[in-house]
Write a protein that binds this ligand. Structure first.
Ligand code: AMP
Length: 192
C-alpha cells in the first residue's frame, strides 16, 4: 500500500489536488471534512455532533474523527491499494492514532506532502470557493480567520511530527493546478 498525507491550511488546494492524485495513482481518498459534510447532509448523529464545531471553524474532537477514519479504513481496506489522507490528521494525537491504525495492518505512512500557500491567497481562494461551495464556513470572514488560526495553533505541529520521522516535504502551492500537480506527482513517485 502507498499511504500519503496531503497537508496544508484551508484553501491550500488539498481537495483539488486529491482528485488528480486518486485518478493517477488509484488511491482511496479519505477526506474527513467531506465525510463530516456527508454525515451532516444525511442528518446522522455524527453529523449533528460535528456541526457545531464545523460551523465555528473549530476542530471536531479527536476521538470522533479517529473513530470515523477507522471505520472508513475498515470499509475500504480490502479493495484499496493505498490511501490519500486529506484534512487528516489535524492534531498530533490524530497523527499518532493514524500511525497505530496503520501499524495494526502492517502498514505505514510513506510521506506527508504539504502545500505552502500565503495567508492572503488562502483567504482569497476560500472566499471565491464560498460563492459556489454552499459552505457557510467559506463565506464568513471571522470563520475563515478562525480556521486559519486553528490550523496554525493545532495542526501545524503535525508537520513537525512527520518531519521528525523524515517523512515531510513542502511544495509551493501557488501556480496552475497542473503545475502544482506535477510537483506533487514527482514527490509521490519518489515514495513509491
Ligand atoms: P475541511 O473540509 O477539511 O476544511 O473541514 C471542514 C471542517 O470539518 C473543519 O473546519 C473541522 O470543523 C472539521 N474537520 C475536518 N477534518 C477534521 C479533522 N481531521 N479533525 C477535526 N476536525 C475536522
Amino acid at each position: 500500500m502507498l499511504n500519503i498525507i496531503l497537508f496544508g491550511p484551508p484553501g491550500a488546494g488539498k481537495g483539488t489536488q486529491s482528485e488528480k492524485i486518486i485518478d493517477k495513482y488509484k488511491l482511496t481518498h479519505i477526506a474527513t471534512g467531506d465525510l463530516f459534510r456527508k454525515h451532516l447532509g444525511e442528518g446522522t448523529d455524527l453529523g449533528k455532533l460535528a456541526q457545531k464545531y464545523m460551523d465555528e471553524g473549530n476542530l471536531v474532537p479527536d476521538e470522533v474523527v479517529i473513530g470515523m477514519v477507522d471505520e472508513k479504513i475498515k470499509e475500504t481496506q480490502d479493495s484499496s491499494s493505498g490511501y490519500i489522507f486529506d484534512g487528516f490528521p489535524r492534531t498530533v494525537p490524530q497523527a499518532k492514532a493514524l500511525d497505530t491504525l496503520l501499524e495494526e495492518k502492517g502498514e505505514k505512512i510513506a510521506g506527508m506532502i504539504a502545500l505552502d500557500v500565503p495567508e492572503e491567497e488562502l483567504k482569497k481562494r476560500i472566499k471565491e470557493r464560498g460563492k459556489t461551495s454552499g459552505r457557510t464556513d467559506d463565506q464568513d470572514e471571522a470563520k475563515i480567520e478562525n480556521r486559519i488560526k486553528v490550523y496554525q495553533e493545532e495542526t501545524l505541529p503535525v508537520a513537525n511530527y512527520y518531519d521528525g520521522e523524515g517523512k515531510f516535504v513542502k511544495i509551493h502551492g501557488v501556480g496552475t493546478i497542473d503545475e502544482i500537480f506535477g510537483k506533487i506527482s514527482s514527490e509521490i513517485d519518489k515514495l513509491k
